[in-house]
Design a protein around this ligand. Structure first.
Ligand code: PSU
Ligand code: MN
Length: 285
């Protein structure tokens, strides 16, 4: 039984620079195939919800200028407007789960931004509603990490650190916030099945630290974050544009180091998601 693994499209359209974004998206799909899984990159093409896009669609999604960024709330808008839309973690989860996909790999989830405006990502709400396994490298350092973790707890999301008991925070392997540790995929599968057995809503969120050789030091990142946030304030960017703006700024300030790190953590997450999907398939056959 070949297991499907969902991939999101906001990271392609709004998270990585062109034309690297398209290459990376293809690499991630190929990696999943090599690991015996079926990649399903989720997106909305001319108003049509797609569970798995073609190569041609993927290229266009990565290169077009007017691609919407949609969370769950905006899916119907993109459909009615017959728009091209990239799906965030929340929208990808909802669509993938409706099509029976149980495992999803992404780079980073949205969380609580507490810069000046109160900004909480739809991702957190969706993680509390939709039961699937979501693999990511943790919330970005640019978010308010403690508030994000508290919110995940309030929302009853099962948060696990993969081979770590300290919170992975995207470009950084760990920060000093405790998480429940798991050490192998069979443990993750058992936790997911227990959640299913009790019919508990919400996800199992697996936090997979960025590979050590691509980690960015916390001190370095603190400085880059400070500059990026200053520019955000100056540019008066709000809402959905915040994450793409900050990612692009960090890429610029770091001379591409954050992009390299982002790509490697994505691959690492797809690889773990496939191992988990294969483990689920073993139980089910
Ligand atoms: N974090 C990243 N890269 C990304 C995103 C988050 O490091 O590309 C994307 C994901 O698609 C996530 C979305 O679901 O941003 C969250 O956006 P917002 O904060 O506007 O909810
Ligand atoms: Mn937001």
């Amino acid at each position: 039984m070949i297991k499907a693994v969902a991939l999101e499209s906001t990271v392609i359209a709004h998270g990585l620079p062109r034309p690297l974004n398209v290459q990376v998206a293809q690499q991630l799909e190929n990696l999943a195939r090599q690991k015996g899984c079926e990649p399903k990159t989720i997106a909305i093409i001319e108003g049509q919800v797609k569970v798995g896009i073609t190569l041609e669609e993927l290229v266009q999604l990565g290169m077009k200028n007017d691609v919407m960024k949609v969370g769950v709330a905006e899916i119907p808008v993109a459909m009615a407007k017959k728009a091209w839309a990239a799906t965030t973690v929340s929208a990808t989860m909802r669509i993938a789960s409706k099509h029976g996909v149980e495992v999803f790999a992404t780079g980073g989830i949205g969380g609580v931004h507490a810069i000046e405006e109160w900004d909480v990502s739809q991702d957190l709400v969706e993680l509390s509603r939709t039961r699937m396994i979501v693999v990511c490298a943790g919330p970005k350092s640019l978010l308010d990490l403690r508030a994000t973790m508290e919110m995940l707890e309030t929302l009853q999301v099962t948060v696990l650190g993969y081979m770590t008991d300290r919170l992975p925070a995207f470009y950084v392997r760990e920060v000093d916030i405790p998480v429940l540790r798991v050490d192998d995929v069979s443990e993750i599968a058992a936790i997911y099945f227990a959640k299913c057995k009790l019919d508990l809503p919400g996800s199992v969120l697996v936090l997979n630290p960025v590979p050590a050789e691509y980690e960015i030091s916390a001190e370095q990142l603190l400085e880059w974050d400070r500059v990026a946030k200053e520019e955000l304030r100056r540019a008066k960017i709000e809402g959905k544009a915040v994450t793409p703006f900050l990612l692009a700024k960090l890429a610029e300030i770091s001379n591409g180091k954050t992009v390299r790190s982002n790509i490697e953590l994505l691959k690492n997450n797809v690889s773990l998601a496939c191992d988990i999907a294969n483990e689920l398939a073993r139980y089910k056959t």
